[in-house]
Each structure stands twice: as structure tokens, then as C-alpha cells.
Design a protein around this ligand. Structure first.
Ligand code: NAP
Length: 289
């Protein structure tokens, strides 16, 4: 049952810093969770230009704000303001969640764990011993690939538009986690070969994201097979053309909504210490997509 808690003098504040933030789904997602549990918290979005990030974080701390989510373009820069960071944030080189405690800034990255929880929930995925192919080498690809490496994946293949960037990520993965990792060209024929013995394909690029829903997917049914899980991290729209291709191939499609919800649920738990009402958060997101 959802409990309405009025904003009053005791209301605790959490929020988001990014630029732009006006289309973020995090405020409705978190506020629905606070209402569900009857917690006297409110989540607000702060549009902060790059030059203001440090002063915004110091100011938030002085105001007694409990914590913040951090999104584009501040994820890397915010890490440098932190007094402590968790292992995932350190490996990824970026934070997506801050908690202010005893005048210290604690940094976390919940994207990788959110990704894995979502895959476990959707298809009971176990990363141990699998080969995974990841499209992209940006922030989301880093979060996903380091998490898969740390959780026992056997082999990671990074296919990025800018080959050198993919190569740098593959090298970093090998050096820092010991996993077998390689970069390949972002080419359908190459990917067809790589996917033959792969269990998981993750698209960590914005291809197919609103308002470019009609953009051709990077991989089609022809390159996929029935034992493949295809996870598109794009969540708007939830059903992308890549996932339609996965269905056509008889593969298992997984959308990006689960990761969005679970990375948020983990931040919620860091701030409140309460178990997040994941289903309520997902409903709040789906209502707006
Ligand atoms: P990012 O750091 O900007 O990285 C974007 C990556 O996509 C880069 O590797 C880039 O390649 C590649 N790319 C961009 N446009 C491309 C195109 N037209 N064709 C091929 N490759 C292209 O972005 P990000 O933060 O990693 O986010 C990537 C996607 O994941 C976004 O759609 C975002 O919405 C989604 N995401 C979802 C969640 C979730 O919770 N579901 C969380 C995080 C991100 P280059 O290196 O060549 O530029």
C-alpha cells in the first residue's frame, strides 16, 4: 500500500546531478519507492553545468542532503571529489551514486551490479564460465564488462565503433581482473563468428534509443542463435529493433528497464538502508515510457 508523506521540516532530500536532467525517470521512480515504504524522503533533479559540479556537491553536503545520483556528463569528474569509492567505481573510473556521511563523500557505482541483478531476475543468468560479447566501450560497457569479469566470466569480446577505445578497455580488463578479453571490429561478419559460442550479447551503445528508434541495429537475427541472451541497455523504447531481431532468431531478449530499476534500487538501499520496492519502481518507470 502506498503511503502519502507530506514534505515537512523533517523531509530528507536525495537527488540527481546531471546535464540535462529534465527527462530523467529517476525522480518518479524513487519518489514512488519512498511513498510505497512511507519514508519521509523526496528525490529531486538538479541541472548542474560542468563548471558548477564541485560547488554543487559541497553545497549539497552543507545542506544535509543525504545523497545524489550522478549522471552524464559528471560521472567521471564526481569520482575525483569522493573521499572513498567502492571497488566497482574504482575499476569503472566513474561514480553514479554519492552518499554524504560524517562530512565525507562516499562514491559508488551501482550500474554493473544493477545490470547483473536485472539479468538474474529476467533469465536467471549466471556469468560464471560464459563468453560475452559487448558492443561499445563507454561508461555502460565498462560497468558491464568489469562486473562480468569480476563475477567469473570466461571470455569477454569488446566490439566498439572506435576500435582503439575497445582495445584499451580489453587490455584494462585483462590487466586488472585477469579475465580473457579481446577487442574486435564492430562488423557484422566478425560478430557472427564471435557470437557462435557466446552466451550473452550486450548492446551498450545508444543505437536505437528514442528519438532514433528506426536506426538499424548493430547486430541482426542472422548473427544470433537460439542459445543467446541479447540484452539491450537502451530502455527507451523498452522494445528496440535489436530485441525484435533477437526474437526473430529465437534468442532470449532482455530490455534495459531492469538495469535502470536495479541500479536505482541499489542507490535507494545505500541512502535509506531499506530494501527497495523494485516492482513499484519498475511500474513507475514503465508508466512513463
Ligand atoms: P557513452 O559513455 O557515451 O558510450 C557510448 C558508446 O556507444 C561508445 O562506445 C560509442 O562508441 C558507442 N556508440 C555511440 N553511437 C554509436 C553508433 N551510432 N554506432 C556504434 N556505436 C556507437 O554512453 P554510456 O553511458 O555508455 O551509455 C550507452 C547506452 O547505454 C545509452 O543508450 C544509455 O542510455 C544506456 N544505458 C542504460 C543504462 C540502464 O540502466 N539501462 C545505464 C547506463 C547506460 P565510440 O567509442 O566510437 O564513440
Amino acid at each position: 500500500m502506498s503511503v502519502s508523506v507530506p514534505v515537512d521540516a523533517e523531509t530528507k532530500v536525495v537527488g540527481l546531478v546531471g546535464h540535462p536532467v529534465e527527462h530523467s525517470l529517476s525522480p518518479p521512480m524513487h519518489n514512488a519507492a519512498f511513498r510505497e515504504l512511507g519514508l519521509n524522503y523526496v528525490y529531486v533533479a538538479f541541472d548542474v553545468p560542468e563548471r558548477e559540479l564541485e560547488t554543487a556537491i559541497v553545497g549539497a553536503q552543507s545542506l544535509g542532503i543525504v545523497g545524489l545520483n550522478v549522471t552524464i556528463p559528471h560521472k567521471e569528474r564526481a569520482l575525483r571529489v569522493c573521499d572513498t569509492v567502492d571497488r566497482d567505481a574504482e575499476l569503472i573510473g566513474a561514480v553514479n551514486t554519492l552518499r554524504f556521511r560524517e562530512r565525507r563523500v562516499e562514491g559508488y557505482n551501482t550500474d554493473g551490479e544493477g545490470f547483473l541483478r536485472a539479468l538474474r531476475e529476467a533469465v536467471d543468468f549466471d556469468p560464471r564460465g560464459v563468453k560475452a560479447v559487448i558492443l561499445g566501450a563507454g561508461g555502460a560497457a565498462r560497468a558491464v564488462s568489469f562486473k562480468l569479469a569480476l563475477e567469473g566470466a570466461d571470455e569477454l569480446v569488446i566490439a566498439n565503433r572506435t576500435y582503439e577505445r575497445g582495445e584499451r578497455l580489453a587490455r584494462e580488463l585483462e590487466e586488472r581482473t585477469g579475465v580473457r578479453a579481446r577487442a574486435v571490429e564492430l562488423d557484422r561478419e566478425v560478430l557472427r563468428e564471435e557470437l557462435r559460442d557466446a552466451r550473452l550479447l550486450v548492446d551498450a551503445t545508444p543505437v536505437g534509443m528514442h528519438p532514433n528508434e528506426d536506426e538499424p541495429p548493430l547486430v541482426t537475427a542472422r548473427e544470433m542463435h537460439e542459445d543467446l541472451i541479447v540484452n539491450d541497455l537502451v530502455y527507451n523504447p523498452p522494445k528496440t529493433r535489436l530485441l525484435e531481431e533477437a526474437e526473430r532468431a529465437g534468442a532470449t531478449p532482455v530490455d534495459g528497464v531492469g538495469m535502470l530499476v536495479h541500479q536505482g534500487a541499489l542507490a535507494f538501499e545505500i541512502w535509506t538502508g531499506e530494501e527497495a520496492p523494485v516492482d513499484v519502481m519498475r511500474e513507475a518507470v514503465l508508466e512513463r515510457l
